[in-house]
Design a protein around this ligand. Structure first.
Ligand code: PHE
Length: 465
């Protein structure tokens, strides 16, 4: 058997517990709760939301379905799957394996921030997160800024987070984690709904809700449309774990008798609902606590960490609810980063013929090295910029806005023009009477998706000029 196509031993991740759960555990994570709200805030609220929703049901659906179908049809992990579709496209498997290796380190850095907040709330010190701190030059900065501006604490929590991941992967207790998340995911969902309702009762919050829900077409321009589509699609990749082999891998574990179309729809809806609700908490709360100052929406990656503790402090039982919230978010993050790490570990095992333990060690070393760049980029090395970005933002950009669109574009070419859409359609129709979205699927994969991908890829260059 060819070494690249040998099925990888994967301690049953996703195999027995059912596909939807495993994929939803990977999909729902920091992307939904941390990344989506700050992008929505930055790109005009309602306008971004509208574009995101349109993209989710059209091209998010198309790409997710494609990857899962490739996985199920070939029955292979990412390294072998693309080759099995067409022998000239095997390199895509490698691209798909490198992407999670770049995302994992910075994901763990943010996971570390979440752990720090969780510790604060669990030890009853949640209000500390709202107290301004005096910076070195005497000015006052937020707790969050002072936290990430000093590398010591973020490094510590980053390492703890990485070790937690590694332990889970080594123990092979993914099944346990999945069982736990079967209970925790619904609890997280209910908690988010509850917090969202509470937030909307705060004075001024409804203006925030209006900003978030109602698209504003007043300052509409082609440039704004381009930028928003680019940002929304990069978010879509991130949030749905698209274009990095994870869904291909999970698809290979999926049972033939389950409906592909139906399962993909469910994951998509759940993932989007969590993101939507996170936005409905964070954006209105920023309005409520800043007295409607829209500039405070531009806090970028820190938005969740700055606005949520304020909500909790204002709330009855806020310490308790804050603690519960950050525990659940940590677990949601963990199920996502485990899927990232598992993909990288499996690729390293397969390529270098290493044992699981050795592969995990290799991955930990790489993750710690790359992750430290992200930690230091916000602290001691804050003058160091790559293309004007800090390390963390750069890693985020290079994967979500460059490598993933390229991989997705190649997937469209492969399916739309080389093996043709019947390759996917046959798999979707296996044991099913119909493929409801077939016409949409064809148009998307052959025309719309490639054009959107090209747009994402050129936008940064256009806006530079
Ligand atoms: N989809 C996850 C989230 O929303 C992040 C993730 C990205 C997980 C890529 C796996 C792969 O947080």
């Amino acid at each position: 058997m060819d070494k690249n196509t040998k099925p990888v031993e994967r301690k049953g991740f996703g195999s027995r517990i059912g596909f939807i759960l495993a994929a939803a555990g990977s999909a729902v994570g920091l992307g939904n709760i941390w990344r989506f709200p700050y992008l929505a805030a930055k790109y005009g609220g309602g306008f971004f939301l509208l574009i995101y929703l349109i993209l989710a049901v059209t091209f998010g659906f198309t790409l997710m379905l494609t990857e899962v179908a490739i996985g199920r049809r070939t029955g292979k992990s990412v390294l072998g799957a693309y080759r099995a579709v067409d022998k000239h496209f095997g390199f895509m498997g490698w691209m798909a394996a490198i992407i999670p290796a770049i995302i994992l380190p910075y994901y763990c850095v943010i996971g570390g921030w979440v752990l720090k907040y969780m510790t604060l709330f669990v030890t009853g010190q949640g209000t500390v997160a709202n107290q301004p701190v005096a910076s070195a030059d005497g000015s006052s900065i937020t707790f969050f800024e002072s936290l990430i501006g000093n590398s010591a604490t973020p490094t510590l929590f980053f390492i703890i987070y990485v070790v937690l991941n590694a332990v889970v992967i080594l123990l092979g207790v993914q099944k346990g984690i999945e069982k736990v998340s079967k209970i925790l995911m619904p609890v997280l969902f209910i908690l988010i709904v509850g917090i969202a309702i509470y937030t909307l009762t705060l004075p001024g919050a409804l203006d925030g809700a209006a900003y978030y829900l109602l698209p504003n077409f007043e300052d509409f321009s082609a440039e704004k449309l381009f930028k928003t589509v680019a940002a929304a699609s990069s978010q879509l990749f991130y949030s749905m774990s698209i274009a990095m082999g994870i869904l291909v891998t999970y698809g290979s574990y999926m049972r033939k008798e389950d409906s592909l179309e139906g399962s993909v729809r469910k994951i998509e809806i759940f993932d989007t609902a969590v993101a939507f609700l996170a936005g409905l908490i964070i954006i209105p709360s920023v309005f409520a606590f800043s007295g409607g100052d829209a500039a405070s929406l531009n806090k970028g990656p820190g938005l969740m960490f700055i606005s949520l503790p304020q909500v909790f402090e204002s709330m009855p039982l806020g310490d308790f609810i804050g603690a519960a919230f950050f525990i659940l978010v940590s677990l949601a993050a963990l199920t996502s980063s485990i899927s990232l790490m598992e993909t990288v570990v499996a690729a390293v095992m397969e390529k270098f013929r290493l044992s699981r333990v050795k592969a995990v060690i290799v991955v930990i070393v790489i993750t710690l090295m790359l992750g430290m760049l992200s930690v230091l980029g916000y602290a001691d090395w804050s003058e160091v910029k790559i293309f004007g970005m800090q390390f963390l933002d750069f890693f985020d950009f290079i994967t979500n806005s460059v490598m993933m669109p390229i991989l997705a574009l190649l997937t469209c070419v492969l399916i739309g023009y080389i093996v043709k859409t019947k390759y996917i359609e046959e798999e979707v129709l296996y044991g099913e009477r119909k493929f409801g979205a077939r016409a949409l699927y064809r148009i998307m994969i052959m025309y719309v998706c490639p054009v959107c991908m090209a747009m994402i890829l050129v936008t940064p260059f256009i806006t530079e000029i």
